[in-house]
Ligand binder design. Structure first.
Ligand SMILES: [Zn+2]
Length: 381
């Protein structure tokens, strides 16, 4: 463990093939290289941590590689590739516009563009967070972007495409990066765990992936954190929820079981236990709403795919879903939703949640009474 390297750096993709979850982009870029149809200005848009800068660097490396593979990937062995991999290449320039957004910063960059590369074919300029450039800086840049020398390629990256002025947009080939799917992130974490001989529970990796909300970089740093905190070679579900301060989904199963049995005391005691562990009542009610939603989704085989959990957990959802009627789930979702909406305004928030839980626990009885009454009225007709 003494030499634990941050996963994000160690497992940074070295070619297009190893980029996670952006197949539509890497394929297009490879085709452009193959057909010699490379644009001179690109705009990479998308949320943070999904691989924009990584793809920009790979593109820069690939087009300068002296020995492209038959799949049009960088060889990672030639001098140019080695220089790129050691961050020592003179053919790539990166500017972080978040901290260097003045006219002078852009003028410096534009000055450099005038010099042709000494080695290799292309000089690549990556401008990260390009929406942060000042208006003046944008204008100073525009002319270079309009008529770049043959050897210059610009890759602009942004998390906020709507802030890019139309004159820039119209000059760039635009690529929209996706939020990365939970399954793709989970698979990648599984791969890293295998490579690092880390025993990781599926459920833990999935939770990390969910928490990262589509950003692979975030998932990797959470993963590193948990590996460091645990014994160093294990990532367990329990350890993960403790570290991320996430409520164990076991609680939601337990609460819904008690609700279905109409057991108010049991539900209130469980809620008390959750509060004592330091969890917030509002988060609990939001979590319970999501749980009910997942149970609802399990009612129809066509929508089961909408829940993003491991196979083993899916079985538990399917089981509990079988025991809950659609009318129970609908009414329960409604009660939870109301509780969520009015939570902030409530003077006694604990009671506010408890009241909702009591109503929920009475639901099965109320629903069966209603059904009974309906039967009766049918008989009379
Ligand atoms: Zn190479």
């Amino acid at each position: 463990m003494e030499n634990f390297v941050v996963s994000a750096r160690k497992y940074r993709p070295s070619n297009f093939k190893s980029v996670v979850g952006q197949g539509h982009i890497t394929t297009t870029l490879k085709n452009a290289i193959k057909n010699n149809h490379l644009a001179q200005a690109f705009l990479f848009c998308g949320p943070r941590g999904v691989g924009k800068t990584t793809c920009a660097r790979i593109l820069a490396k690939t087009i300068n590689c002296q020995n492209l593979t038959p799949e049009f990937e960088a060889c990672n062995q030639c001098d140019s590739c080695k220089a790129f991999n050691n961050n020592a290449s003179f053919n790539v320039h990166e500017l972080d516009a978040a901290s260097n957004n003045s006219v002078d910063d852009i003028r410096n960059l534009v000055d450099q563009v005038r010099y042709a590369p000494q080695q290799g074919q292309y000089k690549v300029y990556i401008i990260d967070e390009v929406h942060m450039l000042s208006n003046q800086a944008f204008n100073a840049f525009l002319k270079t972007l309009e008529e770049p020398p043959k050897y210059a390629i610009f890759i602009l990256a942004t998390t906020e495409k709507h802030k890019i002025i139309p004159t820039i947009l119209s000059r760039c080939q635009i690529f929209d990066f996706n939020r990365i799917q939970i399954n793709d992130i989970t698979d990648h974490l599984k791969y890293i765990s295998r490579e690092e001989n880390i025993e990781a529970e599926d459920e833990a990796l999935r939770l990390i992936a969910t928490k990262a909300d589509g950003a692979l970089r975030d998932a990797l740093s959470i993963f590193d954190l948990i590996v460091t905190y645990s014994a160093g070679n294990k990532v367990t579900y329990q350890e993960t929820i403790n570290n991320l301060h996430i409520l164990d989904y076991d609680y939601y199963f337990k609460v819904v079981d008690a609700l279905l049995a109409g057991n108010i005391s049991n539900v209130l005691l469980t809620f008390d236990e959750i509060l004592k562990k330091g969890f917030d009542g509002h988060n609990f009610i939001i979590g319970l709403t999501e749980h009910l939603r997942d149970l609802m989704v399990c009612k129809d085989p066509a929508t089961v795919e909408l829940i993003q959990v491991s196979e083993a957990t899916k079985e538990r959802y399917l089981d509990q879903s079988k025991n809950s009627s659609i009318s129970f789930l609908l009414s329960a979702l409604n009660i939870c939703n109301q509780c969520d909406i009015h939570y902030k305004a409530s003077k006694n928030q604990r009671l506010h949640v408890e009241l909702a839980l009591m109503k929920l626990a009475k639901l099965p009885q109320a629903l069966s009474l209603a059904a009974l009454a309906q039967e009766e009225s049918k008989k009379k007709v």
